[in-house]
Design a binder for this molecule. Structure first.
Ligand code: SAH
Length: 289
């Protein structure tokens, strides 16, 4: 275990997570310019749905909100909170509190400032922590979600065991993840690992890990096609602003982003899917580790 930054109050961050943190420290500003404060894909209902990207992204957040039924006085754990926009939306829509964790220090600062600006800092807070080693006591949360953070987790089992530990029995967990449903070549898997810092295990593996951590799977939605327009729109935005963006964020960062889009699309073409999964922590499994 190594410590990424030595900032006060920081928990230990594992080596692979440190790489992910570095990537987000480098790219979050650019991603925010292209994607807005939601660092996740959008959701479109079909080819005729001409909803703009920002609204489509909020729609995916709302699909997650609907799946974790909390209200005032309860608390959501947001695993991989980005710059906090989905957490703030959850808090506004449900009246519940949220604690978000991320391994990128710049995101903690940005998310905390956003909570303050929204007047929600009394019930929405963000901390620097590794989802695989949470600095929270057992049974302290009423629900959890992981919106586009699971693909980065080098040990999904550890993250799910930690979620099970800090959630009250019977709590709901919603997450999005990628999985392998077809033949991804060695090269494609290496590109996912090395360029996007993600892995796409077989679909059955996530179900097994959830079960082993004490969760019953309630729903698995394959939303690959409904979210795919995100890469197309992002590519267009990158191409349209290439010169200016390269000047501001460095040509290397812009190129990295373009390569990431290609790697994702290529993997989807031959067998990667984007899943939205909802699960419930079994009553007897609360506190299991
Ligand atoms: N859920 C947010 C951000 C998605 S981007 C949104 O939808 O806007 C992925 C996020 O996962 C980033 O914030 C990244 O820092 C976080 N992340 C990746 N690995 C992590 C880990 N091991 N522990 C905590 N957060 C992690």
């Amino acid at each position: 275990m190594t410590t990424a930054t030595g900032e006060p109050g920081m928990t230990d961050i594992s080596e692979p997570a440190t790489d992910v943190a570095r990537m987000y420290e480098r790219t979050t500003a650019l991603v925010e310019v292209i994607w807005g404060p939601n660092l996740h894909f959008g959701y479109w209902t079909g080819p005729d749905d001409d909803t703009g990207k920002d609204l489509a992204q909020e729609r995916l957040t709302d699909m997650m909100v609907e799946r974790v039924p909390l209200g005032p006085g309860q608390r959501l754990l947001d695993l991989g909170c980005g710059v906090g926009h989905p957490a703030l939306r959850f808090a506004r829509r449900t009246g519940a509190g949220v604690v978000g964790v991320t391994i990128a220090p710049g995101q903690v600062r940005a998310a905390t400032a956003a909570a303050r600006a929204a007047g929600l800092h009394d019930r929405v807070a963000f901390e620097l922590a590794d989802a695989a080693a949470l600095p929270f006591p057992d049974d302290g949360f009423d629900g959890a979600w992981a919106l586009e953070s699971m693909p980065h987790m080098s040990d999904r089992g550890a993250v799910l065991r930690e979620a099970a530990r800090v959630l009250r029995p019977g709590s709901t967990l919603a997450l999005t993840d990628v999985a392998r449903c077809g033949p991804l070549s060695e090269r494609q898997q290496r590109d996912l690992r090395e360029r996007m810092l993600i892995t796409a295990p077989p679909r059955s593996e996530l179900a097994e890990l959830l079960d082993a951590a004490g969760f019953d799977v309630l729903e698995v939605l394959d939303i690959t096609r409904s979210t795919l327009r995100t890469t197309e729109l992002t590519r267009q935005a990158l191409e349209a602003g290439a010169v200016e963006l390269s000047g501001r964020y460095g040509a290397e960062t812009v190129e990295h982003m373009a390569r990431v889009l290609d790697v994702y699309d290529d993997a989807v073409r031959t067998g990667m899917e984007y899943l939205l999964v909802t699960a419930r922590l079994r009553p007897a499994a609360g506190g299991a580790s």
